[in-house]
Design a protein around this ligand. Structure first.
Ligand code: PMP
Length: 414
């Protein structure tokens, strides 16, 4: 660890939560340089929905490299990009009747969010953007302005211009419809909230602590956007790619966002981010919003292979089935230990347990790591233990991992 402490910036984070030097990984297992094994309930913050070194995806990459496939091509046309776009059109868009144009926005999630913010403002010629309490959209200057948690934000950054936060679904409990508040704000010229170019939303707030918006709320949000001529930007960076049991997380609500940000698992672990937009919103001038790493051909190869999981309904069904195992087992753990006063929330294969004591989740994560399991916390104060396993995780490892969680909770309670 000494070299990291000496050379790596103090900003390093996960290295502190998981103090091991990782070396190899396969599926949902990771191994450190000493050969210790860890079960992975974190899946690279949601980038590894198809597991570490998925054999089919690795093989596709090996084949591509062996044939001298172009690795870096700026945003030039390449065969790998063509094949990816075709696969996305056939496997994902067509069966869902979606018509989106695809912009390659860069390697990481925040690149897609920045692009959406610029495009929405340009198209609507309004600068305000509305986001929700507990939202997390990234940490570069634009996306930081619409990320709730002030931990990430120094006053000196000056990023809070032209953005406003309004309460997410459930923020005031289940009886308060926060869309009614929003409508009232938009109709009242004294509310201090200007008509926005866009409203950006996660269907389940991941970093914010696993808050699940209801289908009805999402539908009302969509209607409100139509009513006021506001663009609905859906940030599916963490909850997309099957995490919630359907390819796009918004499918369950039957809504059609104007723009969708996609990243994390779309590249099956390789860096890739996309902005999907209704075709008429594509009002960029050629080259107006560009950058060097727009379109990583290795990521296209991995992404194309990964999308094969969506050729049949089986994969999504498996995700929902395994999600039920998590729900039932975690609810049983919560019920068995009233002392933790836990609340379980989630959908598909993303779950969170919020504990009454805000330090408890961190202590469980630390203990679980000692017992050979990687799991992160979420929420404003890290008060939620967050389950984000690979969607390909097999049931035996799920059982083994959940047993470590239960033992860790018991150890922390003692
Ligand atoms: N949006 C959401 C919903 C996210 O969960 C994240 C990452 N946790 C981001 C945006 C930012 O992505 P990145 O860290 O790749 O910039």
């Amino acid at each position: 660890m000494r070299i990291f402490e000496e050379m790596e910036s103090e900003v390093r984070g996960y290295i502190r939560s998981f103090p091991a030097v990782f070396d190899t990984a396969r599926g949902s297992e990771m191994f450190d340089e000493r050969g210790n094994r860890y079960i992975d309930f974190f899946a690279g913050a949601g980038t590894l929905n198809y597991g570490h070194n998925n054999p089919a995806i690795s093989q596709a990459l090996i084949d591509y490299l062996q044939n001298d496939g172009i690795v870096h091509g700026l945003d030039k046309a390449t065969v790998a990009k063509k094949v990816f776009l075709q696969k996305l059109a056939d496997t994902i868009f067509a069966p869902r009747n979606l018509e989106y144009k695809v912009q390659f926005t860069g390697p990481t999630g925040t690149n897609a969010v920045e692009t959406a913010l610029k495009l929405a403002r340009m198209v609507k010629q309004r600068s305000n953007v509305i986001a929700f309490t507990n939202a997390y959209h990234g940490l570069s200057m634009g996306s930081l302005a619409i990320t709730g948690n002030s931990f990430y934000r120094d006053e000196s950054y000056g990023v809070r211009h032209n953005s406003a936060f309004v309460p997410y679904d459930g923020y005031f409990g289940q009886d308060v419809n926060t869309i009614d508040y929003l409508r009232r704000f938009l109709m009242d010229q004294s509310s201090g909230i200007d008509l926005p170019a866009a409203i950006i939303v996660e269907t389940v707030q991941g970093e914010g602590g696993i808050h699940v918006a209801s289908d009805a709320w999402l539908r009302e949000l969509e209607s409100l956007c139509r009513e006021f001529d506001i663009l609905l930007v859906l940030d599916d960076i963490q909850m997309g790619n099957g995490r919630t049991g359907t390819f796009f997380s918004f499918e369950r609500a039957g809504i059609t966002p104007d723009m969708v940000t996609v990243s994390k698992s779309i590249g099956a672990g390789l860096p890739l981010s996309l902005l999907l937009m209704r075709p008429e919103l594509d009002q960029w001038k050629p080259g107006e919003h560009t950058g060097t790493f727009r379109g990583n051909n290795l990521a296209f190869v991995a992404a194309t292979k990964a999308l094969e999981y969506w050729d049949t309904p089986d994969f999504a069904e498996g995700v929902r089935h395994k999600g039920e195992i998590f729900r039932e087992s975690l609810q049983a753990i919560v019920d068995k230990h009233p002392a933790i006063n836990g609340e379980l929330r989630g959908v598909g294969m993303v779950w969170g347990i919020e504990f009454a004591d805000p330090g408890f989740a961190g202590a469980v994560s630390e203990e679980a790591f000692k017992q050979g399991l990687v799991i992160e916390t979420a929420g404003a104060n890290g008060q939620v233990l967050k389950f984000l396993p690979a969607l390909t995780m097999d049931e035996a490892i799920i059982t083994e991992g959940l047993a470590i969680i239960e033992k860790s909770i018991e150890a922390v309670l003692e």
